[in-house]
Design a protein around this ligand. Structure first.
Ligand SMILES: Nc1ncnc2c1ncn2[C@@H]1O[C@H](COP(=O)(O)OP(=O)(O)O)[C@@H](O)[C@H]1O
Ligand SMILES: [Mg+2]
Length: 257
């Protein structure tokens, strides 16, 4: 579904991504791990159009998306969570959830016209859905609170809620467990598994918590120095000497930037 082919990206003299080639198959929850500075975040930014690669190609659903803008990539069903921007921070929790589908209605007006569904009907549906999501995330009482006043963990939950509002093909998650209270963490991880199982959503997950990665992902891709070291099942990766070597001198649970 996602094919990354020989991507290079450097910042001045720093080669952050070096001839990186990998694939994420439809319907999988694929993990991406590697020591701090391996290039994981940069790769996510290149895939979702926030950085332009120096060279190489990215294909999504057999279409070349290299160099497209983030919103163009989003429209094709590929989304990256955990990037609440300034405008969103000023809006209420509920408004944050309603924002994405509203944009979609505008863009897909043609569709709405032929389905003979009025904008008002569409908006009521979106509102119902948003309320359900807030209930699930146990954030109903905070629906009118500005997003900027939420604690860090709940900001992440809100991002996840925005992901639940739209029908996507693939989501890139950057450390979905970090900063969320442990009780809700399990709930969120269960929800991610459920989305994958029931709706065929494909997920590509960066996570520094090895327990989370080993429980959630299969296969797992291991990155070092800007390219892929190896990939395999959790068992294969866990017992691979090269992977252990790559982590030597670094605590894998240390926070990644
Ligand atoms: N915006 C940037 N400007 C300069 N160097 C960067 C930038 N982003 C990342 N890097 C460098 O690229 C390398 C990979 O970083 P990053 O993608 O954040 O790794 P990871 O997410 O695996 O920890 C590091 O050496 C980092 O210092
Ligand atoms: Mg990172």
């Amino acid at each position: 579904m996602l094919k990354v082919n020989k991507i290079n990206k450097h910042f001045g003299g720093v080669q952050a991504i070096c001839d990186c080639t990998l694939e994420v198959e439809k319907g999988t929850i694929t993990g991406l791990i590697g020591p701090n500075g391996a290039g994981k975040t940069t790769l996510f930014n290149v895939i979702t159009g926030f950085y332009k690669p120096g060279s190489g190609q990215i294909h999504f659903n057999d279409e070349d998306i290299t160099g497209l803008q983030p919103y163009q990539i989003f429209r094709r069903g590929l989304f990256r969570t955990f990037q609440i921007t300034r405008e969103y921070k000023e809006m209420s929790v509920l408004e944050n959830l309603l924002l994405i589908p509203k944009g979609q209605v505008g863009e897909r007006l043609w569709n709405v016209w032929f389905k003979a569904k009025t904008i008002a009907e569409q908006e009521q549906e979106n509102l119902d859905k948003a309320q359900e999501i807030l209930e699930f995330l146990e954030m109903k009482s905070k629906k009118d609170m500005p997003a900027k006043h939420l604690p860090g963990g709940e900001k992440k939950l809100l991002e996840l809620g925005r992901m639940m509002m739209v029908d996507l093909d693939m989501v890139l998650l950057d450390e979905p467990g970090a900063g969320i209270p442990p009780i809700l963490q399990n709930k969120v991880l269960d929800y991610i598994k459920k989305m994958s199982r029931e709706r065929g959503l494909t997920l590509f997950v960066v996570e520094h918590d090895m327990n989370v990665i080993m429980n959630l992902c299969d296969p797992i891709i291991v990155m070092t120095d800007g390219s892929v070291l190896t990939q395999g099942s959790p068992e294969e990766v866990r017992s691979d000497k090269r992977v252990i070597q790559a982590y030597l001198g670094q605590n894998p649970s240390e926070h990644h930037t």
